[in-house]
Design a binder for this molecule. Structure first.
Ligand code: CA
Length: 420
């Protein structure tokens, strides 16, 4: 009798919910209750909730410490398929092959006995996207071991969307209070003759349309994706989680539009990053130069300031002397900055503007100036006439230097675009 009573209550609850749904037009997404509560929990309990769409997903992970108090945590697991983490929040998430490690940050590492915390990440996948079965906290298996896996709560209805949480910070190390600060570009894009892309039409984390992810060397932990964690305009931007190391070079690339802006390519973009440019050489923008053996013309940082680098002969603009570096600009962290440049195929000249002002140290005007373009124009450099065939935004770090970067309102034109 008791069981019948419970069944009736359950039926009443279900009927009441359906009535509410019917009255409000709300579609109920029924999710499976985690099985972890019924299993021997072990030293830790992990909840894993996925919101997925074709090609991408976000995962919300809750971690409960069932053992003694801890001051820092590392949660590890392995994916069963080809899932690839592209960004994370409230944890530093790294992936090697199928193995993933999420480490606590300074503000959420301490857990009392019985305490919980949560973090999340965004990723890509194809095929199956099953819940990992081997979560381990600081090396100890959670959820009673691999046979007591929680059920994934994976809505397959139309409610799954490409929109990631607005509170997500693509930077694993960014403050959890970081939030999008959308601003309008106004008419800034109207003067771009080829394109101006605010990334608002991108529907999944994997860049599409004119953009595709490009790993020039080998595939590592560096990632590039569309994110809603930061935006200069609207709600989306391109994110590059840049990591030092040859295999971590990664870009979002447009290989189809450069010809339309020749013979003088004007590029304008907003950039934001969270780590100061290092002493060593890094690149956040590269363009293939088919006139120089398909090597890259690179814009990035060296000695803490912006620098142009010609891959074919490693010439820099400005010369990396103290007097030269002083004529470039430092890219501050935590703010959107407007960078514009022009590269002329006919005479090889380069002009660069930072928030609307010309940067003397990033100017190659065809007349050799000590500490500025004297190295760039020396020898065969005087006859350098680039033919740029792609535009790549992302990260290459050659001697050390990690950074999280965002790009928005990227424009290509045959005349100057401006920042307004
Ligand atoms: Ca945008």
């Amino acid at each position: 009798m008791k069981r019948i009573s419970i069944d009736r209550r359950g039926r009443r609850l279900r009927d009441a919910l359906l009535a509410v749904a019917s009255a409000t037009g709300v579609v109920l997404a029924v999710v499976a209750a985690p099985a972890v509560g019924r299993a021997a929990a072990g030293p830790c309990t992990v909840g894993y909730t996925v919101n997925q769409w074709t090609g991408g997903f976000t995962a919300a992970v809750t971690l409960t410490d069932n053992g003694g108090a801890i001051t820092a945590w590392t949660l590890t697991w392995s994916f069963g398929g080809n899932q690839q983490v592209t960004s994370a929040w409230n944890a530093t998430v790294t992936q090697s092959g199928k193995s993933v490690s999420a480490a606590s940050l300074s503000y959420n590492g301490a857990l009392a006995s019985g305490g919980s915390t949560s973090f999340g990440f965004q990723g890509t996948y194809s095929g199956a996207n099953d819940t990992p079965a081997d979560f381990a906290l600081n090396g100890q298996l959670c959820n009673g071991g691999p046979t007591a896996t929680p059920s994934a709560t994976t809505p397959t209805s139309a409610s799954a969307s490409a929109t990631v949480s607005a509170s997500a910070t693509a930077s694993a190390s960014a403050s959890p209070s970081a939030s999008p600060t959308p601003t309008s570009t106004g008419g800034a894009c109207l003067s771009a003759s080829v394109f101006c892309d605010d990334f608002e039409s991108q529907t999944i984390a994997i860049p599409s349309g004119r953009w595709s992810v490009y790993e020039p060397n080998c595939s590592g932990t560096g990632t590039a994706s569309v994110t809603s964690a930061q935006a200069h305009s609207g709600a989306k931007s391109l994110a590059a989680a840049g990591t030092a190391g040859y295999c971590n070079h990664v870009f979002v690339r447009d290989a189809g539009d450069m010809a339309a802006a020749a013979p003088t390519w004007y590029v304008r973009f907003w950039i934001r990053h969270d780590t100061a440019l290092p002493t060593g050489h890094v690149t956040f923008l590269a363009m293939n130069d088919s006139a120089a053996g398909n090597t890259d013309l690179r814009l990035g940082g060296q000695n803490g300031a912006l620098v142009w680098n010609r891959q074919s002969d490693d010439a820099t603009l400005p010369v990396q002397s103290p007097a030269g570096v002083a004529q470039s600009v430092v890219l501050p962290t935590g703010a959107w900055e407007c960078v514009e440049f022009s590269v002329n195929r006919t005479n090889g000249q380069i002009y660069t503007w930072y928030n609307g002002s010309a940067v003397p140290g990033l100017t190659e005007d065809g007349v050799s100036t000590p500490d500025v373009d004297s190295q760039w124009l020396s020898g065969t450099g005087a006859s350098w006439r680039p033919n740029l065939t792609d535009l790549k935004l992302g990260w290459e770090s050659y001697s050390g230097g990690n950074d999280d970067l965002w790009f928005d309102d990227v424009a290509l034109s045959n005349s100057r675009i401006g920042c307004s």
